[in-house]
Design a protein around this ligand. Structure first.
Ligand code: FAD
Length: 505
């Protein structure tokens, strides 16, 4: 066996959307120019998908790991803060619920709190779960404060993410990556040549230029030029679990800047509203077997507020995942590697996860099969976990007012989801898995909003006196409300601390 190291000297990234520039920024920050050359090829003529405006808290960890100043980033990407998602009309029409970031624990151990709360509900108390979530309480009053600036109060337990302008994010990360030595090449890839062993050797651009690399990252979006068109890896189609396959989008002038994303259920899907500092992103995600593009457009236009800033734009997509996101000397990221509809804003996160798992399994030029297998196994787990969480939002519905919602009543759930729901219904916990993105606290919020509350509570809670628990709950609710009332409004907080930079307007 040849055990000598054959270090990768050059990585070529195809695509300059969020996926390509995240990959470039991570590589640029991890390796010196002498160690590793990174070249990113993108085509302005083809452009990027340009949506992807709502994130989840781990996105901020990416900024930290890249040594990016959060405030500068917010100002330059016209970002606003996100404390969670408001879901309306999902269980039945006319009801809404909130999925917040951060813990819900009333200052106790999270599990002990939830079990105590379940018991208090069984005893007839009327406490609402979300009244104990600092992020939910701030969101309900459209207030905001950075949790790290309120460590001594219940607000310290909140978490947040950002709403951002996808194009400005790609520009920002491009500057960051170029400053760290990443080379950008403008051009359209027209041909890809493989070696005899099936590894990719080089790309040819429309102007005839050839680009060689030891390793390639396919960030070419839904085109999947390298991973699918060249290496022929399969796509595992999940449309039997998630039938939405199109979105129509439009940007409008801001009329309101709440610190949360809105996801309103509609007749054949759901509509997002994402408030940025200077405009609002809107989109209707729908299933084409239940709704035409014209009907979808009408639904979208009826649901937006403010002057239109762009023309409506239809984006087709196919929910699923590439079983081998990494094959031979090619890693795929972003839309080239899979897509789950953006209900919980997880696509950019999956790009970051892809880079985390890739860096853990960073290969040499041989790309040992064990590393590739481990990466693919781990990414598939992430995708399946997120898929189940998204399906859960739909399949607990009581709506039967349209063919779309009736479809959900009879769909066959993924077995892994059914097992998780069965366990949750008994215990209010998740079966133990490695490192889930959506922890028990998220399932509790969404299940509660969708009407699934465990019927039993843990016997371990019976050692606590209900009167003492009640008094503790009352004190906590008083404290949280007193603090939140004094906080600035979200728009005011941004204006004072991180207003958008004029030059990006
Ligand atoms: P793209 O943005 O499509 O970029 C592809 C790149 O490849 C471009 O630079 C293009 O020029 C280049 N390219 C393609 N072919 C060639 C060629 N032949 N030669 C050279 N270059 C080429 N994510 C979230 O996290 N939150 C959200 O709220 C969210 N909302 C979404 C809503 C919708 C409707 C959709 C479809 C996606 C959403 N996403 C969201 C996902 C998010 O938009 C993508 O994950 C993210 O933008 C990454 O896209 P990408 O870089 O993989 O692809």
């Amino acid at each position: 066996m040849n055990t000598s190291m054959q270090p990768i000297r050059k990585i070529v990234i195809v695509g300059g959307g969020s996926a390509g520039w995240i990959a470039a920024a991570v590589l640029g920050s991890q390796f010196s120019r002498e160690q590793l050359q990174v070249e990113l090829v993108e085509s302005e003529e083809i452009g990027t998908i340009g949506v992807g405006e709502s994130t989840i808290p781990p996105f901020l960890e990416l900024l930290q790991s890249l040594n990016i100043d959060e405030r500068d980033f917010i100002q330059q990407t016209q970002a606003s803060f996100k404390l969670g998602i408001e879901f309306s009309d999902w269980r039945v029409k006319g009801e809404s619920y909130f999925h917040p970031f951060g813990t819900i624990s009333a200052g106790m151990d999270e599990t002990v709190f939830y079990q105590s709360w379940l018991k208090s509900r069984q005893l007839g108390d009327g406490y609402e779960l979300q009244d104990f979530s600092p992020a939910s309480v701030m969101a309900s009053q459209k207030k905001f404060m950075l949790p790290q600036q309120a460590q001594q109060s219940p607000i310290g337990e909140a978490r947040y993410a950002l709403h951002l302008d996808a194009k400005l994010v790609a520009d920002y990360l491009r500057r960051h990556a170029e400053n760290n030595g990443v080379k950008r090449t403008e051009g359209r890839v027209t041909d890809i040549q493989c070696r005899q062993d099936g590894f990719i050797d080089n790309l040819t651009l429309a102007n005839g230029e050839q680009i060689h690399g030891d390793f390639f990252i396919d960030c070419s979006g839904f085109r999947a030029l390298l991973i699918e068109k060249t290496l022929g890896t399969d796509y595992s189609d999940w449309s039997h679990y998630l039938p939405c396959d199109r979105a129509v989008t439009i940007q409008t002038e801001s009329t309101d800047t709440p610190p949360y994303t809105r996801a309103g259920a509609k007749d054949a899907g759901w509509m997002w509203r994402i408030p940025l500092q200077r405009r609002t992103g809107n989109g209707y995600v729908y299933a084409s077997k239940f709704c035409s593009d014209d009907e979808a457009l009408q639904t979208l236009l009826a649901g937006v507020e403010g002057k239109h800033l762009t023309e409506p734009h239809v984006i087709p997509f196919r929910t699923g995942v590439r079983r081998e996101g990494w094959k031979a000397n090619c890693l795929s990221l972003g839309l080239a590697s899979g897509f789950i509809e953006p209900l919980e804003s997880t696509a950019i996160h999956l790009v970051v996860r892809g880079m985390v798992h890739f860096m853990r399994n960073f290969p040499d030029r041989r790309c040992d099969a064990a590393l590739v297998r481990e990466y693919n196994r781990r990414m598939l787990m992430d995708y399946e976990e997120i898929r189940d969480f998204i399906v859960m939002h739909y399949c607990l519905t009581r709506r039967d007012d349209t063919p779309f919602w009736r479809w959900w009543q009879q769909m066959e759930r993924p077995q892994s989801l059914q097992e998780t729901l069965d366990y949750f219904a008994v215990k209010g916990e998740l079966p133990e898995t490695m490192d889930p993105l959506f922890a028990a606290v998220s399932w509790r919020s969404v299940c509660e909003g969708m009407g699934l509350r465990p019927q039993k509570y843990s016997a371990l809670i019976d050692k606590f006196d209900p009167a003492v628990t009640r008094a503790h709950f009352e004190r906590y609710l008083k404290a949280i409300n007193e603090v939140v009332q004094k906080l600035p409004g979200h728009a005011e907080f941004i204006q004072k601390n991180c207003p958008h930079s004029q030059e990006t307007a």
